[in-house]
Design a protein around this ligand. Structure first.
Ligand code: RB5
Length: 144
């Protein structure tokens, strides 16, 4: 189950992402927002981050104008590793090396075509473990 969230700046792009997930038969839970009316991105970042941190959802996708606010807010929640990605290499590597569990996208920065490619890479790339697991553990210790 994939947790989805956006603010007004990310609403249109998240719609494209929902279409991609529908086409792939992937299940998601959409935590809003549900329109382009101005709203506060930390509200949706928190909802998605808590769903991922609790295990209710296996991973999440958050979209705002830049992706920056969403990533800053989501990373406040213990257990979350939210990665802002604007290119395919970063999307692949943040799964392989950081075991990122939330993808953040900036709808005013990254075009829909690239954003969908990034999303596919994020969803289909496995964590490598090994020496990277130790480093992810060290990140988790920073939360103590
Ligand atoms: C909203 O105008 C904008 O600030 C928001 O979408 C996001 O870019 C914040 O980081």
């Amino acid at each position: 189950m994939i947790a989805l969230g956006c603010d007004h700046g990310g609403f249109a792009l998240l719609g494209e992402i929902r279409k991609l997930l529908d086409a792939r038969g992937l299940e998601y839970r959409d935590f809003g927002t549900y329109s382009e009316e101005s709203c506060d991105y930390p509200v949706y970042a928190e909802a998605v981050a808590r769903a991922v941190a609790s295990g209710e959802c296996g991973c999440g996708i958050l979209v705002c104008g830049t992706g920056i606010g969403m990533s800053i807010a989501a990373n406040k929640i213990k257990g979350v590793r939210a990665a802002l990605c604007g290119d395919c290499f970063s999307a692949e590597m943040t799964r392989r090396h950081n075991d990122a569990n939330i993808l953040c996208l900036g709808a005013r920065v990254t075009g829909a075509g690239l954003a969908l490619k990034i999303t596919e890479l994020f969803l289909h790339t496995e964590f490598e473990g090994g020496r990277h697991a130790k480093r992810v553990d060290l990140i988790s210790k920073l939360e103590e």
